[in-house]
Write a protein that binds this ligand. Structure first.
Ligand code: NDP
Length: 274
């Protein structure tokens, strides 16, 4: 049986085994997918040992940058992202690194939520790994502007510079912006601590601005609750991105694209029942 895993630390919370089991059932693929707790001090040796027999791996916090360094080759989008969330064993035995997070976000926004990004003013909150991973696919949709706002402004400036050849991207502090935008994407981990980036309410035009939090939970995240109170046109969380980045990885490994809708519905049901 072809073997796949997700590496992380901690890993107990991971929904990836369930998602890939549902994808495999739906597409009648014979495979095994499990969660592996990788050691914080020796990820590379651990992952290499897995690939003696394993076919592919997803990589989550905190190993995405180590996976980038471990890969024998990188896809162009992983190269740009500076991080890898999908490793695949190629026919010659080498391990290729890819990054499906950005494609997952864009597909969730444009296909699942039917939010078009072309010509739109986008504000991306955060300048960590998740923000970097989504910049290339967001810019490929040709927004009219993409502003990266971050608590540590220098990190936003660095990202804006790194991606400036791909489109109209600039950097900002959270509190410097006041004009309404079309889409706000929260790629900070502030919601994890119950926090909200200190951005101005005037950025949201009631009934127009779409707000997306990469985080998700049983209840609305602090960012989604705030956007909802201000009358955002749509308030979306990151569960769809999770399902879509997994579907993209499944497609890379198996050559079959699963239908994410029933899987997402099951994830939503389980989250609500928790
Ligand atoms: P990183 O640790 O790489 O980056 C964290 C970012 O959040 C930085 O920009 C940091 O700012 C900012 N930040 C942290 N705390 C606060 C705060 N209290 N107020 C304002 N800004 C804050 O994390 P990742 O980029 O890997 O992940 C970010 C989020 O995206 C996480 O919540 C993660 O769960 C989610 N995610 C969801 C995915 C999905 O499939 N739905 C996929 C990947 C990520 P600074 O630079 O100043 O420290």
């Amino acid at each position: 049986m072809d073997r796949y895993v997700v590496f992380g630390n901690p890993i107990g919370h991971s929904k990836s085994p369930l998602i890939h089991r549902l994808f495999a059932e739906q597409t009648a693929q014979q495979l095994e997918y499990s969660a592996l707790l990788a050691p914080l001090d020796d990820f590379t040796a651990f992952a290499r040992a897995f690939f003696q027999l394993g076919r592919g791996a997803n990589v989550t916090v905190p190993f995405k940058e180590e996976a980038y360094r471990l890969a024998d080759s990188l896809t162009p989008r992983a190269q740009r992202a500076g991080a890898v969330n999908t490793l695949s064993k190629l026919a010659d035995g080498s391990v290729q690194g890819d990054n499906t997070d950005g494609a997952g976000l864009v597909r969730d926004l444009t296909v699942n939520a039917q939010v078009s990004l072309a010509g739109k003013r986008i504000l991306l909150l955060g300048a960590g790994g998740a923000a970097r991973g989504v910049l290339e696919p967001l810019l490929a949709e040709e927004p009219s502007s993409l502003v990266i706002a971050n608590r540590t402004v220098e990190k936003a400036e660095l990202l804006a510079e790194l991606f400036s050849d791909l489109g109209p991207v600039s950097a900002s502090g959270f509190t410097w912006l006041a004009e309404p935008v079309d889409l706000i994407i929260n790629a900070t981990s502030a919601s994890l601590a119950g926090d909200l980036p200190p951005i101005k309410a005037s950025l949201i035009q009631a009934g127009h601005t779409v707000c997306y939090d990469m985080m998700y939970g049983k209840e609305l995240t602090p960012f989604c609750a705030w956007a909802s109170e201000l009358g955002a046109a749509r308030v979306l969380d990151g569960l769809g991105m999770l399902a879509e980045q997994a579907a993209e990885a499944f497609f890379i490994w198996r050559g079959v694209r699963p239908d994410t809708a029933p899987v997402l519905a099951e994830l939503r049901r389980l989250l609500a029942a928790r």
